[in-house]
Design a binder for this molecule. Structure first.
Ligand code: SF4
Ligand code: SF4
Ligand code: SF4
Length: 648
């Protein structure tokens, strides 16, 4: 049976696993009742932050505020109730038409029931605040859960379905596979055919134009962040960076094209020019072992920090202060400015793109997850590389610059270090470098301990960010609020927890489960080698958690993007006539559905890669089953926890 047909059948059976319980649960709905709930708003949260009711219940809501004006914004029910400290009643606006006359009432009554099919598939809605109440205003949210939660039950059924096929696969006869980062099965050379793509890549103009465009965008981000409104949800710089760029980087560019952002990234642009003194083909001459002439001190980065630790440290530092960055546009803008200045200054001292290789916080994300991407640079023939003495790709030639990331394409077996700068396509005189399309999530394992740690830390931070930005716990916001509440003590505790969790507990857990697998199965492999494989298997799930995290960042803020594009500094301009667009989220009721599907896909791919990694050991099935069981339980446990988080 063809692979596609087999996968399609699997897909429908897994969906069946989810559909059956979610249909059955429709027959167990409870009799609707009246629920009287008082909602207290405060900086920055709602109490209760979770409302659970049954489908058809009549909700009677009353409101109060502890401090300033707030609102209870629930788009799926067309409600925006403005709560004022000076009034007992609330003004209820329609989200579908904010200009319509509001209704004054002391009790807001509505029935917990959605229209049409949504009544059966949407269980969770988020209520938010639509009155700016301070720098952490965007974090003020709670959730309304209407039971039965068909989506959660469907998702748990799908988890069972995926596990069923996974176990079935374990006991089916399969050929041992080679580690797919060592072969190129399924790779399709994109330069074959008309040759148009190759011409586009070799020509420097398209890349330079895109880099200049990205540079202009980055200046807009810096200017509008620093000089524009301090309301981060209306600040163009903040929205461009944290809603649009982050979404496309995480959910589109990296999964599909790997480090394609690095191809046009403006951060090393000026530094490259300082070293090369040319935007185009290399100048003749030699610098050290390279066949190109470079300027600057061109020192080597110290050996003891030539690994993943420095950039992991920078990333962790920025991640710790991320809420402050998002909530304070000026700090966001200054950080971006620093990200522009530091690589430029470093290029004067250290060789090539040292910043990209060892310091860049963006590479902490794009590096590991580019290994899952569908695009890669590889050689066409290993035999040609093996015979190649000049190593033009590494050292440069008259046609292309030396690899800014210090890579010899003949030894390139994985995506994480290759910044897709395309120079090797130009510099290789044997025409032996090409762009390849390949299946999604093919690279297995991790290369060494620092890469494993990096992958684990970035996986952990996806979970931390979800809790921080999309969780309904106001206490978490208190722990990170160093802005208007100045909770430095709590912030210290939060930072410690995040660092220990990301750098000690999570890697420790993965190591422990890998070790447990070895003990259960008497596998004669070292725990470290199993740990490296297990960490690599977490990459698909980690990437999907990141995608699930960024979806609301964009979908919730689309209207604000339209507003701020028309009034970039928040100074009352209205270029495009969209400055007063009312707030509408994109598919608010469907966001949990997208998130659930994405996380289930991540679990499926992680389990598949886990098993593929082990197949190379050629061990008996029972032994394979026992060795994989602990880490599988871990992956499934995290999936189920995050499904509860996003859908319930
Ligand atoms: S590594 Fe960082 S600075 Fe370098 S090109 Fe990629 S994103 Fe830009
Ligand atoms: S990619 Fe080209 S330049 Fe690099 S080692 Fe292979 S043949 Fe030589
Ligand atoms: S020169 Fe080639 S191998 Fe080196 S970073 Fe650029 S694309 Fe990757």
């Amino acid at each position: 049976m063809g692979n596609f047909k087999k996968l399609s059948i699997q897909f429908f059976i897994i969906v069946g696993f989810g559909l059956i319980p979610s249909l059955i649960c429709q027959f167990f709905t409870k009799t609707p009742t009246n629920r009287y709930i008082h909602i207290r708003s405060f900086r920055y949260g709602k109490d209760p932050s979770v409302i659970i009711c049954n489908r058809g219940d009549t909700l009677h809501l009353t409101f109060s505020t502890d401090d300033t004006g707030h609102s209870f914004f629930l788009e799926e029910f067309d409600i925006d109730a403005k709560v004022s400290p000076s009034r007992e009643d609330v003004m209820v606006f329609k989200t579908s038409d904010p200009t319509a006359k509001p209704v004054h009432t002391s009790e807001l009554v509505f029935i917990a029931r959605h229209q049409g099919i949504q009544n059966f598939i949407v269980a969770r809605s988020n209520y938010r605040c639509h009155i700016w109440c301070g720098p952490m205003h965007a974090f003020e949210q709670g959730k309304l859960v209407i039971l039965p939660n068909s989506l959660l039950i469907f998702s748990l059924g799908c988890v069972a379905g995926i596990l069923f096929f996974w176990l079935l696969g374990m006991f089916r006869k399969t050929e041992p596979v080679q580690r797919s980062d060592e072969d190129q099965n399924g790779y399709i050379d994109l330069f074959t055919g008309s040759g148009f793509l190759k011409k586009l890549v070799v020509n420097r103009w398209p890349q330079i134009i895109l880099m200049i465009f990205a540079m202009v965008m980055i200046y807009i981000v810096i200017l509008t962040s620093v000089l524009g409104t301090k309301v981060s949800g209306r600040n163009l710089g903040v929205l461009l960076m944290w809603a649009i760029w982050l979404f496309f980087l995480v959910a589109v560019l990296t999964p599909l094209f790997g480090r394609i952002w690095c191809t046009i990234c403006p951060l090393p642009f000026i530094g490259d020019w300082i070293q090369r003194r040319s935007f185009f083909s290399p100048l003749t001459g030699k610098t050290k072992k390279y066949n190109n002439k470079f300027s600057g001190l061109f020192r080597k980065w110290p050996g003891w920090i030539s690994n993943d630790w420095p950039r992991l440290f920078v990333f962790m530092l920025l991640a710790t202060f991320s809420t402050t960055l998002v909530a304070t546009p000026a700090i966001s803008g200054i950080t971006v400015l620093m990200l522009l200045l530091v690589p430029t200054i470093m290029s004067l001292i250290w060789e090539l793109r040292t910043f990209c290789r060892y310091v860049c916080p963006v590479s902490v994300f794009v590096g590991p997850y580019s290994r899952m991407s569908m695009l890669s640079i590889r050689n066409k023939s290993q035999a040609v590389c093996d015979r190649c003495k000049p190593q033009y790709c590494l050292k440069g030639s008259s046609d292309g610059w030396a690899c800014p990331y210090g890579i010899n394409v003949g030894e390139l077996k994985e995506n994480s270090d290759c910044g897709l700068c395309l120079e090797c396509v130009r510099s290789c005189k044997y025409n032996n470098v090409s762009l390849f399309k390949r299946p999604f999530a093919t690279e297995l394992g991790t290369r060494n301990i620092s890469q494993a740690w990096l992958s684990t830390a970035i996986f952990t931070l996806a979970i931390v960010y979800c809790i921080l930005y999309e969780g309904h716990w106001p206490i978490v916001r208190d722990y990170v609020n160093i802005l208007d509440k100045g909770n430095w003590g709590l912030f210290g505790i939060y930072s410690l927890i995040v660092w220990i969790f990301a750098l000690v507990i999570m890697p420790g857990l993965i190591y422990f489960f890998s070790y447990a697998g070895i003990k259960f199965s008497n596998l004669s492999e070292s725990p470290v080698s199993i740990f490296l494989l297990s960490s690599g298997s977490m990459l698909p799930l980690g990437l999907m958690l990141w995608i699930a995290f960024v979806i609301p960042m964009l979908f919730v803020n689309v209207s604000f993007i339209l507003q701020s594009i028309s009034d970039p500094f928040g100074w009352g301009w209205d270029f495009l006539g969209t400055a007063n667009t009312p707030w509408h989220q994109l598919f608010p009721g469907y966001i949990p559905i997208f998130q659930a599907i994405i996380i289930l896909t991540g679990m499926y791919l992680s389990l598949r890669n886990l098993r593929k990694s082990w197949q190379a050991f050629r061990i008996k099935r029972k032994q394979e089953f026992l060795s994989l069981m602990p880490i599988t339980v871990f992956i499934v446990g995290i999936t189920i926890t995050m499904l509860f988080f996003f859908t319930n």
